[in-house]
Design a protein around this ligand. Structure first.
Ligand SMILES: Nc1ncnc2c1ncn2[C@@H]1O[C@H](COP(=O)(O)OP(=O)(O)OP(=O)(O)O)[C@@H](O)[C@H]1O
Length: 297
């Protein structure tokens, strides 16, 4: 179905152009999953990394596209901040493809920070340019064969999130939140946006939902005494997992060992369980909807 109602260029519609979602030029991707939050700092990039690790543990071939172009965190999660993207020739003269950086577990990652001289260098680009760059990172990377490509999306409902939701072949979104009604309200905006753009939402992961005391062993809520389940119910989303706030995680992250920590810490088995069964229902629905949009102009 052509999403003309929400198309950014509907007034300049060019009937001669075929409306369709973008595709990777090099390689095959079975499923594209967007990981998104409404608000910044709730742990979306961290959760993207943890999902990637758990999908890898399930035996899938996994890639991660760091879609948070101006605030990329994926290289740090995987301890790859010193790595740089390679370039390989293509069949077309003078055209090159990006070679993703591989993590310890063999996850293929691509991020704008792999292309900068220094990781602190800011990108002084505006929305449309950022959107084009993101499209190019997706289409021009040599992904090989992937079962899942996770996109770490920028927070909120701005330009880049719109570009991803309208033009990328996203199978479904995973919401990341913290159990606070202030955050849930903003996440709800993203849920409503997804609904308008006809993208299914698999459910919500409540990050930093509790703290497990190492002294008494008890689990304490961090933000609220309302359960993560009741917050998820309010948003009308399936609760996929609750994750603890864990200071040890930050230590591992700062040592470049977050991937290993996420792979070996039983706290993250809940994510493994949540992604164990494939989302046949969602994929079947997407096939039926046959999404199409105006290509990026
Ligand atoms: N469950 C957790 N336990 C401990 N620290 C965490 C947890 N989740 C996230 N953090 C830390 O919180 C900080 C913010 O996390 P992260 O970068 O994943 O957030 P984000 O939602 O992607 O932020 P933004 O969208 O604003 O870039 C990071 O330093 C991360 O290490």
């Amino acid at each position: 179905m052509v999403k003309c109602a929400t198309c950014a260029v509907k007034n300049k519609c060019r009937k001669d152009l075929k409306c369709e979602l973008i595709k990777p030029k090099y390689g095959k991707i079975k499923h594209v999953v967007g990981v998104i939050s409404g608000k910044g700092g709730v742990g979306k990039s961290t959760v993207t990394g943890i999902i990637a690790v758990q999908l890898r543990k399930l035996g899938y071939k996994v890639g991660v596209l760091d879609g948070d172009i101006t605030g990329p965190s994926i290289p740090r999660f995987f301890g790859l901040e010193k790595e740089r993207t390679g370039y390989a020739p293509t069949e077309v003269k003078d055209a090159y493809k990006f070679v993703p950086v591989e993590t310890g577990l063999g996850i293929k990652a691509i991020s704008m920070n792999f292309m900068l001289g220094e990781e602190e260098e800011p990108l002084l680009w505006k929305g449309p340019v950022l959107g084009n760059v993101l499209v190019q990172l997706f289409t021009d990377t040599d992904w090989g064969e992937l079962d899942y490509l996770l996109i770490d999306m920028p927070p909120g409902t701005g330009d880049i999130a719109m570009t991803i939701m309208e033009q990328f072949p996203v199978d479904y979104l995973v919401m990341v939140s913290t159990p606070q009604s202030m955050v849930s309200m903003i996440v709800q905006k993203v849920v409503n946006m997804a609904e308008k753009l006809e993208i299914p939402v698999k459910g919500v992961i409540q990050n930093m939902a509790y703290f497990q005391c190492q002294g008494c062993g008890e689990r304490h809520n961090v933000f609220t005494n309302n359960s993560a389940q009741s917050q998820a119910d309010k948003m009308g989303l399936k609760l996929l997992a609750e994750l603890p706030i864990n200071p040890e995680f930050t230590d591992y992250l700062e040592d470049g060992q977050a991937e290993r920590f996420a792979a070996t810490n039983p706290e993250y088995d809940v994510i493994y369980e949540a992604f164990k069964t494939d989302d046949e229902e969602i994929y079947a629905r997407n096939k039926a909807v046959k999404k199409k949009v105006i290509p990026f102009l």
